[in-house]
Design a protein around this ligand. Structure first.
Ligand code: AMP
Length: 185
């Protein structure tokens, strides 16, 4: 099962992706986590993307697409995966379609977590993960980048008839149960 979880920063993608991974026994692939771990380990990739993440900007499409393409070659992704934080631009979505195609796979679900905008900032500020991009400036920029670059990805998948909208307000378990209902429909 190939699943994408999508939504603005602070919508709870990472939290729900982890629960989906556990329930359906598929690996969770988070591009943001890969970047944060590369930065922590001071790898060449980490050095390249650190200032981009700190500012809340997007890593160049080619860098992200190459990374995802390489990662998905690992055996553990053979029987499916949950993608979190990718694709984040229309060119990434197009490139991902080609990757799926060349692997002989299709996308099973595109889940969008819907959360009112005023709640997003509060959630990010209160989650206290200590992320270096969780400053007021960083959050503001991430929300702007989301509207401009990432929101159009939703239309891309709407045109493919793949979008499942999930009410992202409520407890973690309530939201997860809506996701399960959508996936098992
Ligand atoms: P996330 O953990 O998904 O919120 O991602 C944290 C940061 O990593 C983002 O603000 C971007 O700087 C970068 N990033 C993660 N995924 C992508 C992507 N698909 N395209 C571009 N930048 C990304």
């Amino acid at each position: 099962m190939q699943i994408i979880i999508f939504g603005p920063p602070g919508a709870g993608k990472g939290t729900q992706a982890k629960k989906i991974a556990e329930e359906y026994e598929i690996p969770h692939l988070s591009t943001g986590e890969i970047f944060r771990s590369a930065i922590k380990n001071e790898t060449p990739l980490g050095k390249k993307v650190k200032s981009i993440l700190d500012a809340g900007d997007l890593v160049p499409d080619q860098t992200v697409v190459d990374l995802v393409e390489e990662e998905l070659k690992k055996d553990k992704y053979e029987d499916g995966y949950i993608l979190d934080g990718f694709p984040r631009t229309v060119p990434q979505a197009e490139a991902f379609d080609e990757i799926l195609d060349s692997n002989g796979k299709t996308l099973d679900a595109f889940l969008v977590l819907e959360v009112p905008e005023q709640e997003l900032v509060d959630r990010i500020l209160s989650r206290g993960e200590g992320r270096s991009d969780d400053t007021e400036e960083g959050i503001k920029n991430r929300l702007e980048v989301y509207e401009k670059e990432t929101a159009p990805v939703l239309n891309y998948y709407k045109e493919q008839g793949k979008v499942n909208a999930i009410d992202g307000v409520g407890s973690i378990d309530e939201i997860f149960s809506r996701i399960k209902d959508a996936l098992e429909k």
